[in-house]
Design a binder for this molecule. Structure first.
Ligand code: SF4
Length: 318
């Protein structure tokens, strides 16, 4: 019975994929998907990446329509960077609780208390918050942004764990907001000790959105893309993974002969998983829901995103 149900599901998915491919052509659309999306969405995506790679792609694509398979703030960033394009998201309820932990009023209050500080916002923020921000960053470029910003005092929003991690590499004063990712923050040192005991030869790789005491146990700390690269290039063949379980799709594709153990069963972001193939096909058919950012907010927010891309270009001459 279970085998029959699985076969039916696979057949339905194939039909949906065909429909998506046809509609994509008709609309001149591109599908951008985050590494935390369901495997069947990653399979059909034109471009797969983390927040930074997806933002870059949104800015440079010549498609008319961007279907953003990720969470809401990512779709907003795409719309801000590509204002003339239609940006769709399969399910508009796909939010990020961490992004919702910081609001404009609170941030303005903090800015008034620290008039010499510049605001660095993790890309996991709403467009409204980005509009109050000097420069955005992602986990892959946060250290670089902090190092190159011309300010000695920094207001950092919203992730306290990433803020703590980055603060170890700078002498600048960082005023850190108390937000966190519900998924990554659940991972505990006990989880890691248990997995280390079960797999003594495995390397522990971790995302800096995890708690500081967990990050301190890692063999490698990095963004999703950094983790993928490390596992791909490493001579080791077993890894305990401390980030969202959607990356398993890409890890297994990159390194089919290596073994990956997720450090906790709670490393699943329910918000990322609300998108599915049916909703993806529907949004391409109806051209809804669309991401909308009021132009005055988008203009202000764009500066902080463009500044991040510029920092990267200057540092790496890309
Ligand atoms: S994994 Fe964490 S930071 Fe990423 S979307 Fe989910 S809640 Fe937000």
């Amino acid at each position: 019975m279970e085998a029959l149900a699985l076969a039916k599901k696979a057949e339905r998915n194939e039909e949906l994929k065909e429909k998506i491919i046809r509609l994509k052509k008709e609309r001149n659309a591109i599908i951008l998907a985050h590494y935390y999306q369901r495997p069947e969405i990653q399979e059909i995506a034109d471009f797969l990446g983390d927040s930074f790679g997806l933002a870059q792609k949104a800015k440079t694509t010549d498609a008319d329509v961007i279907v953003f398979c990720g969470v809401h703030f990512m779709g907003e960033s795409a719309k801000i960077l590509a204002p003339n394009k239609t940006v769709l998201i399969p399910d508009e309820r796909a939010g990020c609780p961490m992004a919702d932990m910081v609001n404009v009023d609170g941030l303005r209050k903090l800015k008034a208390e620290h008039p010499n500080a510049k605001v660095v916002a993790y890309i996991n923020t709403s467009a409204d918050v980005k509009a109050e921000t000097y420069v955005c960053c992602t986990s892959s470029n946060a250290k670089n942004v902090i190092e190159n910003i011309d300010a000695e005092e920094i207001i950092w929003v919203p992730d306290k764990n990433l803020g703590h991690y980055v603060s170890q590499f700078t002498d600048k004063k960082m005023i850190i907001w108390e937000g966190y990712c519900n998924t990554h923050d659940q991972l505990t040192v006990e989880d890691v000790y248990r997995l280390r005991k079960e797999h003594p030869n495995a390397q522990f790789v971790v995302h800096p959105e995890c708690r500081p005491e967990v990050v301190a146990l890692a063999d490698f700390v990095g963004s999703t893309t950094g983790i993928l690269k490390y596992c791909r290039e490493s001579k080791h063949d077993e890894f305990i993974v401390g980030t969202e379980d959607g990356v398993l799709y890409r890890l297994s594709q990159d390194s089919p002969n290596k073994k990956f153990y997720f450090a906790s069963k709670y490393l699943v972001c329910p918000n990322m998983k609300v998108n599915n193939l049916k909703k993806l096909a529907n949004c391409l058919e109806t051209m809804q829901p669309q991401i909308y950012v009021p132009p005055h907010v988008a203009d202000a927010a764009r500066e902080s995103l463009e500044r991040m891309l510029q920092f990267e270009a200057e540092t790496y001459k890309v």
